[in-house]
Design a binder for this molecule. Structure first.
Ligand SMILES: [Zn+2]
Length: 278
C-alpha cells in the first residue's frame, strides 16, 4: 500500500468541524499517513492544538486516520494583524508543543496593500525574527512566497539560514526553484499541478526534476484551498487531505515515473526535511 504525507494543510479550520472524522478516514484510505497543521495567526494556534488532540483521539479509538503534526508561524499575508506579542506567543507554543517546523512564514506582495512600504518592511522584520526562532530551536522553515522570491532568497542568505525546509505551493520559475533547493529547501507541489493551464508550474517541475532530481519535491494539499481540478465537480471547492492522491497521480504522469516509486521518494523527501516522529 502506498504511503504519502500531506506536508501543508489547514485541516484545523472550522470548515472541517462538521466531518473531520470522515475526512481522516478518507485520507487514510487514500494512503495519507501524516499531515502537518500549519500556523498562520497566533490566535488560531490553540485551534491547531485542539485539532491535533481530536485526531489523536480518533487514532486512540482505533479509527483510521493520518497522524497530525504541528508547525507554528505567522503568515506574511496577515502581517497587519500580527503584533510583537504574537512573536512571544509563537515562541511559547514552540516551547510547549512539539513543532516540526516554523511556518508558514515568508513574504507576500500579491496585493497592493501588501506592497506598501510599511507592510512590506513589517513582513521582512517578522520573517527575519521567525527565522531567528527557527535557528534557536533548530527547526526547518515552511515558506510562503508570492511575488517575492528574490527578496526571500536574499534574506535567507543574509541570515545564513541553513536549516532548510519547504518552499510551499511554489509559484516561482526554474532558476528560483534551483536556488531554494541549493539552500536546502524542498519544493512543495499542490493541486495546482492538475491544472493544464498551469504551464509555468508544470514546466518548472519537469525541468527541476531533470536537473536536480526527484529529491527536490514534496507534495501538499494546502486544504481547504487549491482543490485539484478533477474534484471540482464531484465534491465541490473545499479541498481535503484525501485529495493529495490526485497530486501524486498527476505528478507521476507529468514526470513519467511509476506512482509507487514516486510515493516512496516523496515520503523520504518529507522525512528528510521535517522533524517527524515516524
Ligand atoms: Zn497554507
Amino acid at each position: 500500500m502506498l504511503k504519502i504525507i500531506d506536508t501543508h494543510t489547514h485541516f484545523d479550520v472550522p470548515e472541517f468541524d462538521i466531518d473531520r472524522a470522515e475526512q481522516c478516514t478518507l485520507a487514510y484510505d487514500n494512503g495519507i499517513r501524516h499531515l502537518i497543521l500549519i500556523g498562520f495567526l497566533a490566535k488560531l494556534f490553540n485551534q491547531m492544538v485542539n485539532c491535533q488532540n481530536q485526531i489523536q483521539k480518533f487514532i486512540a479509538n482505533k479509527q483510521k486516520s493520518p497522524t497530525a503534526h504541528l508547525a507554528f508561524g505567522l503568515h506574511p499575508f496577515y502581517i497587519t494583524q500580527h503584533t510583537d506579542n504574537d512573536l512571544i506567543l509563537l515562541e511559547n507554543f514552540i516551547k510547549n508543543h512539539k513543532s516540526v517546523a516554523i511556518g508558514e512564514i515568508g513574504l507576500d506582495t500579491f496585493t497592493d496593500e501588501m506592497k506598501t512600504a510599511k507592510n512590506y518592511a513589517k513582513q521582512q522584520d517578522f520573517f527575519i525574527k521567525q527565522l531567528d526562532l527557527a535557528k534557536n530551536y533548530n527547526l526547518p522553515a515552511l515558506l510562503h512566497i508570492r511575488k517575492a522570491h528574490g527578496d526571500t532568497l536574499k534574506i535567507l542568505k543574509n541570515q545564513k539560514f541553513n536549516n532548510g525546509g519547504i518552499a510551499h505551493s511554489f509559484s516561482g520559475g526554474i532558476q528560483e526553484a534551483k536556488a531554494f533547493v541549493n539552500l536546502g529547501f524542498k519544493i512543495g507541489i499542490t493541486g495546482q499541478v492538475t491544472n493544464p493551464n498551469a504551464k509555468k508550474l508544470r514546466n518548472t517541475i519537469v525541468e527541476l526534476v531533470k536537473t536536480v532530481g526527484l529529491e527536490s519535491l514534496v507534495i501538499e494539499t494546502d486544504c481547504p484551498d487549491f482543490t485539484p481540478v478533477c474534484c471540482h465537480e464531484s465534491h465541490g471547492r473545499r479541498n481535503t487531505p484525501a485529495n493529495l492522491i490526485f497530486v501524486l497521480d498527476e505528478l507521476a504522469v507529468l514526470l513519467n515515473v511509476e506512482k509507487a516509486k514516486l510515493a516512496e521518494q516523496l515520503w523520504q523527501n518529507s522525512l528528510s526535511v521535517l522533524d517527524l516522529d515516524v
